[in-house]
Design a binder for this molecule. Structure first.
Ligand SMILES: Cc1cc2nc3c(=O)[nH]c(=O)nc-3n(C[C@H](O)[C@H](O)[C@H](O)COP(=O)(O)OP(=O)(O)OC[C@H]3O[C@@H](n4cnc5c(N)ncnc54)[C@H](O)[C@@H]3O)c2cc1C
Length: 417
């Protein structure tokens, strides 16, 4: 390594960190790249964890990059190493183990950690799991053969993924949500009912406006007492209660943080030579013209690739409509742009069909379409994305629903060369 090579230090080897490292190496053969992570694994795909839990994906298919790839790309990966402190003035990070490390340019890609169950008995209960890491997923997989009853708490995507995996495994699955329906801030009652119908079609037992008040370990099982009358003896309790961003190490350093690390549209923080990317970046989004965070794989990957170019001297704004697509039991769900979850002032129009289990909700700010949620048929998804990203003024909102109902025009074959 040349004595004058720029040293890039990346905290976090998730999608954001690893794809940033990959791009840095592609665009700068001479630079030095050090990537630090407190987990024991090279990059694995968190999006694959639900399929691994379901038993339809082998463990080795969850990995995205191995150690040999890092060696080949000269990325100095330090696993099971925690960054405990950052000194932005002297441009150093403190590693445990490892001591002090100097950086020229720093990327914060620390993601978030799951909020634990905090009710009475939760600390000592052995079979209560979050769902963020490979290790806890492996622990649940190991417990499945001896399990019959599962209780899941959480009315968002992680609660759903856990519920779907265990019901697929044919375990008696109880899904508890604190709210009146799934994704209560983004879906209305009709959307919530479509999700309930899809869950019930799979044999899931739903319990709305119910949380866990107490858990008691009793031999291998956990006695669960709900806040509104629910009781069960469960072999596994899974919780999806949201994430807390990993920003604690920045304490009172002066780095601007809110829920995550605040950045401008170039993913630059308020500290010189420091950028943030992925789940932890609360970035200025030029499409929705506001700061927000995205918790998706594609956003983390694209942030990683994009930020690397800016860290090498480009100054390009990150412009991408956030999207999230997932299975929804035997159907699909897609979220695009911003919803009333992030933008409570957005106005929504909706169209649904209980029998067909189809649902569309479109979100507007003034005359602009800013987001959408689709359940069931995904027809029109591309048109919606185009309208959001082009910020086309829309006179009559229902026109968008009418447009989505129109048959898709098949792509014209390319003329012969
Ligand atoms: C079960 C599950 C299912 C999901 N399904 C989907 C889906 O269907 N579609 C979708 O788009 N997204 C999905 N996601 C979300 C997606 O996986 C995340 O948005 C993405 O992986 C985040 O990547 P990241 O690189 O920003 O952060 P992370 O992957 O969280 O990486 C951050 C890393 O930094 C490490 N770290 C933090 N602080 C320190 C420190 N001080 N020192 C050292 N290391 C540190 C962390 O341990 C972690 O390894 C899912 C997530 C989960 C858990």
């Amino acid at each position: 390594m040349g004595a004058n090579a720029t040293r890039f230090v990346i905290i976090g080897n998730g999608a954001a960190g690893t794809y940033a490292a990959e791009q840095l190496r592609k665009d700068d053969a001479a630079c030095e790249i050090v990537m630090i992570d407190d987990e024991q694994y090279t990059l694995y795909n968190r999006v694959s964890l639900p399929r691994y839990l379901k038993g339809v994906l082998l463990e080795q298919r969850v990995y995205v990059r191995d150690q040999a790839w890092h060696d080949k790309n000269r990325i100095d990966l330090r696993l099971e190493t925690k960054v405990t402190q950052v000194d932005f003035e002297h441009k150093t990070v403190m590693l445990d183990p490892g001591g002090e490390l100097r950086y020229d340019r720093l990327l914060i890609a620390t993601g978030g950690r799951p909020n634990p169950l905090t009710c009475e008995g939760a600390v000592s209960a052995r079979s209560v799991f979050n769902f963020q890491y490979f290790d806890e997923t492996k622990a649940m997989v190991a417990k499945i053969p001896e399990s019959k009853v599962v209780v899941i708490l959480g009315g968002s995507f992680i609660g759903y993924e856990l519920t779907e995996a265990f019901s697929f495994r044919k375990l008696e699955t109880h899904w508890l949500m604190r709210g009146p329906w799934f994704l209560r801030r983004a879906l209305d009652e009709a959307g919530g009912k479509i999700v309930s119908l899809l869950a019930e079609d799979q044999g899931v037992h739903l319990h709305y406006e119910e949380a866990i008040a107490k858990v008691e370990q009793s031999n291998g099982a956990v006695k669960v007492t709900g806040t509104a009358g629910f009781t069960a003896t469960a072999d596994i309790v899974g919780v999806g209660l949201g994430l807390t961003m990993n920003i604690d190490i920045f304490g009172d350093t002066g780095l601007e943080t809110n829920v995550g690390v605040r950045t401008n549209e170039f993913l630059e923080t308020n500290m010189p030579d420091v950028w943030a990317a992925g789940d932890v970046a609360e970035f200025y989004d030029v499409v929705s013209q506001r700061h927000h965070r995205m918790g998706t794989w594609d956003n983390s990957l694209n942030h990683g690739r994009h930020v690397a170019k800016n860290m090498l001297g480009a100054k390009q704004p990150y412009v991408e409509v956030p999207t999230y697509a997932s299975g929804m039991f035997d159907s699909n769900i897609s979220v695009m742009g911003v919803t009333t979850e992030e933008e409570p002032d957005a106005e929504a129009i909706v169209e649904f069909d209980y029998e067909g289990r189809n649902y569309k909700r479109l979100f507007f700010l003034g005359d602009k379409l800013v987001g959408a949620m689709l359940i069931g048929k995904m027809k029109g998804r591309k048109k919606v994305l185009e309208l959001i990203s082009s910020r086309t003024p829309i006179d009559r909102r229902e026109m968008v629903l009418e447009m989505l109902a129109m048959p898709e025009v098949p792509a014209r074959p390319a003329p012969p060369a």
